[in-house]
Design a protein around this ligand. Structure first.
Ligand code: DGY
Length: 327
């Protein structure tokens, strides 16, 4: 049996590696190596397992002329040139669905943290303010009864809507499509501007692509209430970060919770991460043991299916499959 060569460019468990080894010739390239070193190792590679840290573009494909599958351990694939992959007959696999629960948990936690002002309260205790009898930080507010605007009504946006309705929030949604997807919770559709103007919390759940890049700029932020909060667990590139920083500094917006930034990691001097009305996390939306394991399993399933000329469970560009013999 022919054993295709596979590059593993993300840490994975031994049992998953053994599954790949059963039918492939495998080599590992550490996630931290310079790009030239990675590209220099791909000339006879047919499959690669990686993350969106890697820019997958024409230069990448030129370095890997035998490539048949790029399998990412992520649902997002914004640094990948999907048109180029499709043109070259390379299947791109990703991991939708298995991280919906974890990202929703984080989004909910952020909404409650902002509303209840949990972080200032925690800092007050940690810094000794409580012990020193200093005046406590200001009161929070009830999330129940407030309006949540969800931008991007896919799997995660729908789940956030469903769960926050359970906590008594009124919900709105905006997406490029007009009718709610099959199985979506009952929620009111709004145009983007109307949603921004009506919401107490705006939560971003859209994919990042050419059409959605900088979707939320100065003008859009200007539509939001000064008492409103922005929550972003999707992609930093959806937001004009300098416009957001300014809105937060001037009080045009009450606060923000950010799990993603324009540049990750951020510049050491990026003001947004230390603003008193911002809570910021290091892109941990999928960072639970169970979710990351499920993502790695699905990514390996995608990789092995394509190499075995079978239909992978989650392809971004399934149109390539019809072109490959046996698929
Ligand atoms: C995803 O899966 O896209 C997460 O944001 C991690 O990159």
């Amino acid at each position: 049996m022919r054993r295709p060569r596979v590059c593993i460019h993300v840490p994975i468990e031994g049992d998953l590696k053994a599954r790949i080894r059963a039918t492939c010739r495998v080599f590992d390239i550490d996630i931290g190596v310079p790009r030239e070193e990675l590209l220099g190792s791909l000339h006879d590679v047919e499959g690669i397992l990686l993350t969106p840290r890697v820019q997958v573009d024409a230069e990448f494909f030129d370095a890997a002329p035998k490539l048949r599958v790029v399998s990412t351990v992520s649902v997002g694939y914004d640094p990948f040139d999907i048109d180029e992959a499709t043109r070259r007959g390379v299947v791109v696999g990703h991991t939708p669905g298995v991280l919906t629960n974890a990202v929703t948990d984080l989004t909910m936690s952020m909404i409650f943290s902002l509303g209840l002002k949990l972080f200032p309260a925690e800092a007050y205790v940690r810094s000794g303010g409580w012990a020193r009898h200093e005046p406590p930080p200001g009161l929070g507010f009830d999330v129940r009864g407030r309006t949540l605007g969800v931008i991007g009504f896919g799997r995660i946006g729908q789940e956030v809507t469903r769960r926050m309705q359970g906590f008594g929030m009124r919900t709105l949604w905006y997406d490029l499509f007009d009718s709610p997807p099959h199985g979506a919770p009952q929620s009111e559709r709004r145009g983007l501007r109307e949603l921004l103007a009506e919401s107490d919390f705006v939560s971003l759940h859209a994919n990042l692509d050419a059409g959605s890049r900088l979707l939320i700029g100065a003008e859009e932020l200007g539509k939001m209430k000064p008492s409103a909060y922005l929550v972003n667990t999707a992609r930093g590139g959806l937001v004009d970060q300098s416009a957001l920083t300014q809105a937060l500094q001037t009080g045009a917006l009450a606060g923000a919770a950010l799990d993603v930034l324009e540049a990750e990691p951020p510049d050491l001097n990026d003001p947004i991460v230390t603003l008193p009305n911002v809570i910021c996390f290091p892109h941990i939306g999928s960072a639970t043991e169970e979710t990351r394991r499920a993502m790695r399993e699905l990514a390996v399933d995608n990789l092995l299916a394509v190499l075995a000329e079978e239909r992978p469970p989650a392809a971004v560009n399934p149109e390539v499959l019809g072109r490959s013999p046996g698929l």
